[in-house]
Design a protein around this ligand. Structure first.
Ligand code: PRX
Length: 630
């Protein structure tokens, strides 16, 4: 097909990549999806298993509480596991894993199914039934995957809390979800050290009234406290006879809640994004298959953490739904040496690597020699997610890791969207730093304050103009906040919270968050979480947190603190406050710098103007100051 000449620096896909690709003509697919949007999604849904088919693809009767595949029954766990058992995939590697210390585990679809049934039976024996919430707090280990799929199998709702979070963050999530069971590992390995997850959990549990039982998975084997009648070892429970009985997947309405995932928003506490079985399943399956061009023989490595949406959608659900082999690695990319990832790619013949710009920048820092020591020729496709990627890092990734031959799928999406939203496919010409265009069928736009589309290359608010199957359904326990935060600014349209521009070729360029969310190393943190951790310290009266550009992390957290009367702002106290935030929220939230100040810029209504603090720190014009009180 004749290709329009694109502006700027463009990387065309090689003939070999296009020849192999599932989708060879993006424009044709996009046109088809635009013309018959529901038909497009229905055709994809047909490829999955439904106990009963839907009456309606998209139900818009109660906007913005959209529903998908209404009247249908299914179970995502059944689609991830059982459907493969009657095919040759029964013996195919579903999941394989390497620990930071070199431990190795692998599971065929058959074996993974067994493990999941076993875990589901354990949960059942603890009284977990459909609709119950189960919190999972672990490092990156296979049992985390078993636990997620076991919940799904029963129709229970999992809430995975990232293993890098700490006491307060875990406590808040246990309380808000009113979890009945907590699944935790004794500890996790992080750069050779043990993080005592069980101890953090014990502290969080002291104030979490709803948790009846705790399942403890042994990973690090260090001494921990086990509370009689509450805490049970997973390996003991799973060796009981009940573990070996099968466990049928519950037949669930397509709109049955699948999981909660807490994420930071504009104000206040993290909110629980709710996803459901049917639509989420169709979205993750379709997006992974086409964007990462999944082939039966592929070994797919999503190097994210299962505790975030990327891991949910693309370590666990997407790969298992497509029947591909998913790889999971426990440790950090640079431990013990900066070639750890390259070693793994070579050792296991990984074909697709999906990671975050912060990891790429962090590895790039160590130079080309580390990756060049390894044979990375198995790689066919690369991916990135979580924050904008600077063209320099993109090109390094492309040239050094991808031999100049592997297209990079820069995927823009969110916890709320469940699946890739702005993304290339392997056949699409790429521009470093742009996620190219919306996934076929989606309608997105960039608008000004008044909701009018901005001109090419002008910055504006990124919005989504029609529902999609894997969209969040609500904020758990807070439907009003769902409506207000996402659907009220431009009625009928979904507000992403990002600003972006679109070039003359229709390519989208994400600029960043326009709300009080800071992306640190691709992790999403709210200024409110950091500030409330700071003010919970006895010396602090008031605090403000902002993100400032950082070479590797993308953004780093800087805090401005007003101390209580009579407290002196010493370097030692600043360090103590940094550690305090780390203890309350988690190491990723530890501020880069703390500055003691005597006042903070506020609006007349008392809201901190972080924009002014940021401008001052960067030495740039703070813009309109008419609402500034002092
Ligand atoms: O600001 C955008 C950024 O990450 C935000 C969503 O964060 P979270 O819900 O944690 O999900 C991250 C993983 C899906 C977005 O609002 N973001 C995500 N992907 C990209 C990105 N920014 C630029 N380019 C991306 N590819």
């Amino acid at each position: 097909m004749a290709q329009k000449k694109l502006s700027g620096e463009v990387f065309l896909p090689s003939k070999a990549v296009v020849e192999k690709a599932n989708v060879k003509d993006w424009d044709e697919m996009s046109k088809r999806a635009q013309e018959d949007y529901e038909g497009f999604w229905a055709a994809e849904a047909e490829k999955l298993h439904w106990f009963k088919k839907w009456d309606k693809v998209l139900d818009e009767s109660n906007k913005p509480f959209y529903k998908w595949f209404t009247g249908a029954t299914t179970n995502i766990s059944y689609n991830c596991l059982d459907v493969h058992l009657s095919t040759w995939r029964r013996n195919k590697l579903a999941l394989f894993w390497e620990g930071e210390n070199g431990d190795f585990q692998s599971y065929s679809y058959y074996l993974l199914h067994k493990q999941v049934c076993k875990f589901a039976n354990i949960l059942k024996s603890m009284g977990v039934v459909k609709g119950d919430r189960v919190t999972i707090y672990m490092g990156r280990v296979p049992e985390l995957v078993f636990a997620m799929l076991a919940c799904a199998r029963l129709g229970a709702i999992h809430s995975v809390v990232f293993g890098g979070f700490s006491v307060e963050a875990l406590h808040e999530r246990l309380e808000d979800s009113k979890s009945k069971v907590l699944i935790v590992s004794d500890g996790s390995y992080v750069r050779g050290k043990i993080v005592n997850l069980k101890k953090i959990a014990d502290e969080a549990l002291m104030r979490a009234a709803t948790v009846e039982h705790v399942v403890v998975v042994r990973r690090t084997g260090h001494e921990i406290n086990m509370e009689a009648g509450r805490d049970y070892w997973y390996h003991e429970l799973s060796s009981l006879p009940m573990g070996n009985q099968g466990c049928e997947a519950e037949v669930l309405d397509a709109e049955t809640p699948l999981f909660l995932l807490y994420t930071s928003g504009t104000t206040g506490k993290p909110k629980a994004i709710l996803h459901t079985h049917g639509g989420y399943m169709v979205g993750t399956y379709t997006s992974l298959k086409y964007v990462f061009d999944i082939h039966e023989e592929d070994r797919f490595w999503c190097a994210a953490d299962p505790g975030w949406i990327t891991g949910h959608s693309y370590i666990v659900y997407g790969p298992l739904l497509t029947g591909v082999t998913s790889f999971m690695y426990e440790g950090a990319p640079t431990h013990p040496y900066p070639n750890r990832w390259w070693q793994l790619i070579e050792k296991y013949g990984i074909n697709i690597l999906y990671t975050a710009p912060t990891a790429i920048r962090g590895l790039m820092k160590y130079g080309d020699a580390w990756p060049q020591r390894h044979d990375l020729s198995s790689l066919r496709l690369l991916g990135t997610v979580g924050e904008p990627i600077n063209p320099e890092a993109w090109k390094w990734y492309h040239r050094v890791i991808g031999r100049g031959e592997c297209p990079i799928m820069d995927t823009w999406w969110q916890t709320e969207t469940g699946m890739f939203m702005i993304t290339p496919m392997p056949c699409v010409p790429l521009k470093p730093g742009s996620g190219t265009r919306p996934f076929p069928g989606l309608i997105m736009d960039i608008v000004n304050e008044d909701g009018e589309s901005v001109k090419p290359n002008e910055e504006g608010f990124l919005i989504i103009k029609r529902p999609w199957p894997s969209m969040m359904r609500t904020i758990y326990n807070d439907p009003d906040r769902y409506v207000n935060q996402y659907w009220s600014r431009y009625p009928g349209y979904y507000l992403t919270g990002d600003s972006a521009r679109r070039d003359e070729d229709g390519y989208y360029w994400i600029i960043g968050r326009v709300d009080d969310v800071i992306k640190v190393s691709g992790y999403r943190l709210g200024t409110a979480e950091i500030e409330s951790a700071l003010v919970s310290h006895t010396s602090v009266a008031e605090a403000a947190a902002i993100g400032l550009p950082h070479d590797v992390k993308g953004n780093a957290i800087h805090c401005f603190v007003i101390l209580k009367e009579g407290v002196e702002g010493t370097a030692q106290l600043a360090e103590e406050l940094r550690q305090h935030v780390g203890h309350e929220v988690g190491p990723i939230a530890r501020p880069e710098q703390i500055e003691f100040v005597s006042s903070l810029p506020k609006t007349r209504s008392g809201k901190i103007m972080r924009r002014v603090l940021k401008a001052k720190a960067l030495g740039i014009d703070p813009g309109n100051l008419s609402t500034l009180e002092e």
